[in-house]
Design a protein around this ligand. Structure first.
Ligand SMILES: Cc1cc2nc3c(=O)[nH]c(=O)nc-3n(C[C@H](O)[C@H](O)[C@H](O)COP(=O)(O)OP(=O)(O)OC[C@H]3O[C@@H](n4cnc5c(N)ncnc54)[C@H](O)[C@@H]3O)c2cc1C
Length: 345
């Protein structure tokens, strides 16, 4: 276990903002967690769990407390099985593994289930928190269990998928009373040997058609998704961003009807859960490519805000308020932000 003091949050987050965290505790083995929480309790510190900081925003005042980072590594094959003529493999992935390395590991073994989530930045430990997803796949579809340190009872527990209340960018780990309660140590995935099944996500199908690709093996789909993402999403190593800054929004039937009359495309869902493509709202409001206080609305993926020259979190807040104001004025819709601020729960 490593304990560092006064570490700038802008060094730990991909949006590259934020003042100093009082402590950063890096945990390399799960056995160190009891000691880490003892340190946190002894000093009566607030705590924030952090992976690669690809969905976390540092605030200007920094963080008065401890940032607990999962640096536990390892991918283990647990079992191979056959059910109804299909072959499966279960793997256990330590939370400190880089998610894209996990996708490479599985696609390299001919396993399907997470290949469309190639190149999502961040750690495996953070993946269930907002139920990461892309191009038609989300982790809820292949996740089996999570091993976590339960800070309420100071014990390591195993949580089955059924108890994680997954939704769009939502789980027990980031919502309700259980938000911030569990430090994820490792995750277990069950993946199938074989190929992703059609119908594919529209933009993926389009890329495959345009490039004459009929090989749907996990490795081939990994490469296709990686190429699509490289074309439109900023690489956090080169360009500061937190990925999609705004979430897609779900509205009831009456609101869907109102927006449709304004020309907004809506994907109708069951039980009044209708999906509004927030990217469309931003585009139709004429915000694409515009910069506000050093933060630019990305040209190729309009939900993404790029930190071009923004120096402070308060400037980001001003930029977001301006974008939200314009969208609200034009469509009467309130934008919801996806990344999480690093602050006390
Ligand atoms: C360029 C770019 C593209 C992106 N594309 C996508 C995309 O296609 N789909 C998508 O879903 N997301 C996307 N994201 C968002 C981001 O990649 C995911 O949210 C990812 O899971 C973040 O991982 P992280 O380790 O960086 O999390 P962090 O930002 O470090 O943490 C995110 C949240 O998880 C919590 N957390 C972190 N580690 C743990 C742990 N061990 N235990 C418990 N809680 C923990 C944090 O407290 C915080 O609430 C993108 C981001 C960027 C920058």
């Amino acid at each position: 276990m490593k304990i560092l003091e006064n570490v700038l949050l802008k060094e730990l987050t991909t949006m590259r903002l934020g003042g100093a965290a009082e402590y950063v505790i890096e945990v390399e083995k799960k056995e160190e967690l009891a000691e880490a929480f003892e340190f946190i309790r002894d000093k009566n510190l607030a705590v924030y769990f952090l992976g690669e900081g690809a969905n976390s925003l540092g605030r200007d005042e920094g963080f008065s407390g401890a940032i607990l980072m999962n640096k536990i590594k390892g991918i283990r094959i647990l079992e191979e099985s056959e059910e109804g003529g299909e072959k499966y493999m279960k793997i256990e992935v330590a939370g400190g593994e880089i998610w894209d390395d996990v996708v490479k590991f599985t696609t390299g073994r001919g396993l399907t289930g997470i290949e469309a989530m190639a190149k999502i930045p961040g750690t495996a430990g953070a993946a269930p928190v907002q139920n990461i997803g892309a191009y038609g796949q989300e982790i809820a579809q292949t996740l089996e269990t999570v091993e976590a340190y339960d800070t309420l009872i100071d014990e390591i527990v195993e949580i089955p998928k059924e108890k994680m209340n997954f939704g769009y960018r939502k789980s027990i780990f980031n919502s309700g009373e259980t938000r911030g309660r569990y430090f994820i140590i490792s995750i277990t995935l069950k993946l199938k040997r074989g190929e992703i099944r059609q119908p594919f996500y529209n933009s993926l199908q389009k890329y495959l058609d345009e490039n004459g690709i009929s090989d749907y093996s996990p490795k081939s789909i990994y490469q296709a998704v990686a190429a699509i993402r490289a074309e439109k999403l900023p690489d956090p190593k080169e360009i500061a961003s937190a990925g999609s800054f705004f979430k897609n929004i779900y509205v009831d039937d009456a609101e869907a009807e109102r927006l449709e009359k304004l020309g907004v495309p809506i994907r109708r869902g069951e039980a009044g859960r209708n999906k509004v493509n927030t990217g469309y709202l931003i585009e139709a409001a004429g915000l694409v490519g515009k910069s506000f206080f050093g933060f630019k609305v990305n040209e190729k993926a309009s939900l993404v805000l790029i930190n071009e020259s923004g120096k402070s979190f308060s400037d980001l807040e001003k930029a977001v308020a301006e974008i939200a104001r314009v969208v609200k004025e034009k469509f009467g819709v309130s934008l919801e932000k996806e990344p999480v601020e690093i602050k006390e729960n």
